[in-house]
Design a protein around this ligand. Structure first.
Ligand SMILES: Nc1ncnc2c1ncn2[C@@H]1O[C@H](COP(=O)(O)OP(=O)(O)O)[C@@H](O)[C@H]1O
Ligand SMILES: [Mg+2]
Length: 261
């Protein structure tokens, strides 16, 4: 078995840019501690990928990396294991994890969260919603379909040039409606940030906090999701009434929150 560290950023020696090398060293230290490197080599041994190539995006809660498997690519999301990772997460999404592990066990929570993202991506894929297909999860690592090509990862909708806002609205309605009506899920964190735009189609990402459409807060979250897109479409010159948008995605199938009779 190759030394596990050599599986991450293996093309390092080709990079002549010293600054880039220093950045990669910093990321290695930040994300790939001993336990994570062992998990990386386990995933390599399982045939999930051959190596982790470079970061696509890194943030406070984790990073997403491109990986290579034979002549194709995969994306690997790695959550940071720290007590700040969940500071911004909505309490409704943590409810079920709390039943599985102690809230003081950050590792356990994060592994549960990673598994949750994998499960939800699977449910959405099965329901025909365009999300990255999940391949595997291990500890704080999720392996999924890479959206993009050899030139790079797909841009976020926020950074994309949209020529056809009406067409964008149609594909958004189609995807969110499939999520609500077929998968019975509400994403809860949809925006032009958590949407990739590829071949004039949207790919919805970052799904770990999605909740069942029967949850009391589902309608409120769906309203927030479509309002984010309506605001963005408005900036593109395509005005859409959030109420109409909501009906189009199947909101009428969700029971409004309120006192139970
Ligand atoms: N499957 C993927 N293929 C290509 N790029 C991806 C993929 N998943 C995530 N990304 C990139 O990584 C970024 C962060 O991913 P995201 O799931 O939104 O994590 P975070 O929790 O950090 O917001 C995205 O904005 C996108 O640019
Ligand atoms: Mg995100």
């Amino acid at each position: 078995m190759p030394r596990s560290e050599a599986l991450v950023f293996p093309r390092r020696e080709r990079s002549e840019d010293r600054r880039k090398e220093a950045e990669q060293r910093k990321l290695l230290d930040e994300f790939f501690d001993h336990a994570t490197l062992i998990a990386v080599s386990r995933l390599v041994n399982q045939g999930q990928f051959d190596s982790i190539d470079f970061p696509i995006a890194t943030g406070k809660e984790g990073g997403v990396f491109r990986a290579t498997r034979g002549n194709e690519y995969r994306a690997v999301k790695i959550y940071r294991i720290s007590n700040t990772t969940f500071r911004h997460l909505p309490p409704y999404a943590l409810e079920e994890l709390r039943h599985q592990t102690s809230v003081r066990n950050f590792g356990g929570l994060i592994f549960g969260w990673t598994r949750r993202e994998h499960t939800i991506l699977g449910r959405l894929t099965d329901a025909g919603v365009r999300v990255p297909r999940p391949f595997a999860h291990l500890r704080n690592m999720l392996v999924m379909e890479f959206i993009g090509d050899e030139r790079g990862a797909a841009p976020r909708l926020k950074d994309s040039v949209v020529d056809d806002p009406a067409g964008l609205y149609e594909t958004l309605v189609h995807q969110i409606r499939a999520m609500v009506m077929n998968a019975h899920l509400v994403h809860g964190d949809l925006s032009p940030y958590n949407t990739l735009y590829w071949d004039q189609q949207v790919v919805l990402i970052d799904v770990a906090q999605a909740i069942d459409s029967a949850h009391p807060q589902a309608l409120h979250l769906l309203e927030r999701d479509v309002t984010n897109y309506a605001r963005y479409l408005g900036k593109l010159g395509f005005e859409v009434d959030p109420g109409e948008f909501l009906r189009a995605v199947g909101a009428d199938s969700i029971r409004p929150a309120g006192p139970t009779e």
